[in-house]
Design a protein around this ligand. Sequence first.
Ligand code: APR
Length: 171
Amino acid sequence: MPRSGIQLTEEDITGIKADAIVNAANNSLLGGGGVDGAIHRAAGPGLLAECRALGGCPTGEARITKGYNLPAAWVIHTVGPVWHGGSQGEPELLARCYRNCFALAREYGLKTIAFPAISTGVYGYPKEEAARIAVREARRALAENAHLADILFVCFNSATRLAYEKGLAKT
Ligand code: APR
């Protein structure tokens, strides 16, 4: 499969037909607002039932479920750090979210994965710093996993898209 590497798009992640879409969840994995709420609404009740059986997810870790009514076959749930100013390990925890999502993509042999801007909404992570971490980890994942073809960063507003465009511009 030809690799297009990292791409940006500005749309609702629930409509994306990637092998997996990533959910910016909370530690309970029982749904919430933001992209978490949108994904659960679009996936239907089966997603919540499967999540309930997972028993939660620590910050920085990731869990995978089926996609149910979503066009994506899988949902990878990850819990980003809440921003407390940057001196409580937030950058490392956010990086771990991406690494753990990529580890599951490798384990499940996924070729395409779409991410929202994890932690930059309710959790308050500054968009440009979060995008820089996301782009760095995506480039590392592409270098380490030849099976991974496409990584899509799904921006839900122009401010997020701008932050990712700046993150991609930096080598
Ligand atoms: N598609 C793509 N991106 C979306 C969508 C959507 N349908 N809805 C929201 N977003 C974007 C937001 O604009 C933001 O850029 O996802 C990014 C992450 O924002 P949040 O969803 O608020 O996630 P986060 O900041 O990680 O906070 C997680 O919010 O929804 C709750 O249960 C969730 O407690 C958890 C917390």
